[in-house]
Design a protein around this ligand. Structure first.
Ligand code: AMP
Ligand code: MG
Length: 332
């Protein structure tokens, strides 16, 4: 399926959603594969196209704050008043790369919630995503538009390469500016909890909410683990080529014989000569690193390399999300 220039293609995209089909669209984080979140058959097509396990819930995308009431039931929260207050405060971060987990509204398809009773909701910041969501007028369930477990797509060509004919229409909005999936924040407990780190950092959330923010508990999707303990992490976001983090390489003498692709966050000397080299920023700027990380992983994953070696950073601020994705990519 060809990617289409947005504005002229929005009415066609809305028609496809209304008829229970799939539309891939750009957001500021990564490209999403969208379906009407109220239509169970449509949502099942997302899981089929991605090969995604039914146990992995989807994020629901809306155009405006007032639409939350049609996706979530704040009244079923542990404290409706407190959660309502917190949502109002968080609205300062929307549109943006933040998804909030709340008790689900019964109109949202069970499949979206992976059989559970909660739903993740967000308002994306990309103009094409907002135009589509406004024109459709309802909630759109959309995970990343890639085969399950592979690196998320940050361009329309990534979507076409990975999903191709299983998508009704791909809206091309250019490369994604943030480049990492949204921060997922659970408001289901007294202490709000980050389930997946993203570009909205824990420090920012703490400032906006005026309270402590917890990290993932052992039972959640793991993230924010101490550096170089990828054994604890779920494998995800993975290229086919093995990924190793640079600090884990020291003293590995077999390396020079291999074809190695290297991803550096800034220019520096390497203890080996890489076959291919990607330098993501001249100054190690983490926003630039995040924006280009997935495209670099994909480019080096073309089948001709034995190994991808990736740089690391402090797992704090945006670095927490970057290291979360790299640790998962390096898990075998
Ligand atoms: P994706 O957009 O493909 O990265 O997938 C959406 C992600 O959002 C899931 O993998 C979960 O981490 C998170 N998510 C979605 N819905 C929920 C929920 N109800 N509770 C907890 N996490 C969720
Ligand atoms: Mg995904």
């Amino acid at each position: 399926m060809d990617a289409k220039v947005p504005s002229s293609a929005i009415p066609e995209a809305v028609q496809i959603l209304q008829h229970g089909g799939l539309v891939a669209f750009p957001t500021e984080t990564v490209y999403g594969l969208g379906a009407d979140a109220r239509n169970a058959a449509a949502v099942r097509k997302i899981f089929a196209a991605k090969g995604r396990p039914a146990s992995n819930p989807l994020i629901v995308h809306i155009a405006s704050f007032s639409q939350i009431a049609s996706c979530a039931e704040i009244g079923r929260s542990f404290s409706p008043k407190l959660v309502g207050d917190r949502l109002n405060k968080l609205s300062a971060l929307w549109p943006g790369p933040l998804s909030v987990v709340l008790p689900a509204h019964p109109s949202i398809a069970q499949e979206v919630c992976a059989g559970g009773s909660t739903v993740a909701v967000r308002i994306p910041r990309h103009p094409v995503a907002l135009e589509l969501l406004q024109a459709f007028g309802g909630p759109v369930a959309a995970p990343s538009a890639n085969p399950s477990n592979y690196v998320s797509p940050t361009t329309a060509s990534h979507v076409r390469e990975g999903l191709g004919s299983s998508v009704g229409l791909i809206l091309d909005g250019g490369p994604c500016h943030v480049g990492l999936e949204s921060t997922v924040l659970s408001l289901l407990e007294q202490t709000p909890r980050v389930l997946r780190p993203g570009a909205v950092t824990r420090a920012e959330l703490s400032l906006v909410l005026g309270c402590e923010i917890a990290g993932p508990s052992p039972g959640d999707a793991p993230s924010g683990a101490p550096l170089l303990s990828p054994g604890l992490l779920e494998k995800h976001y993975s290229p086919r080529t093995p990924v190793v983090l640079l600090p884990a390489l020291s003293g590995a003498s077999a390396l020079p014989q291999q074809r190695i692709g290297a991803i550096l966050f800034s220019p520096r000397r390497l203890p080996f000569a890489p076959t291919a080299l990607k330098i993501l920023s001249p100054s190690g700027d983490l926003a630039a690193v995040a924006a280009q990380l997935f495209a670099a992983l994909r480019e080096l994953d073309d089948g001709s390399l034995d190994l991808i070696v990736a740089d690391t950073c402090e797992p704090a601020g945006l670095g927490e999300a970057i290291m979360d994705r790299l640790l998962r990519a390096s898990r075998r």
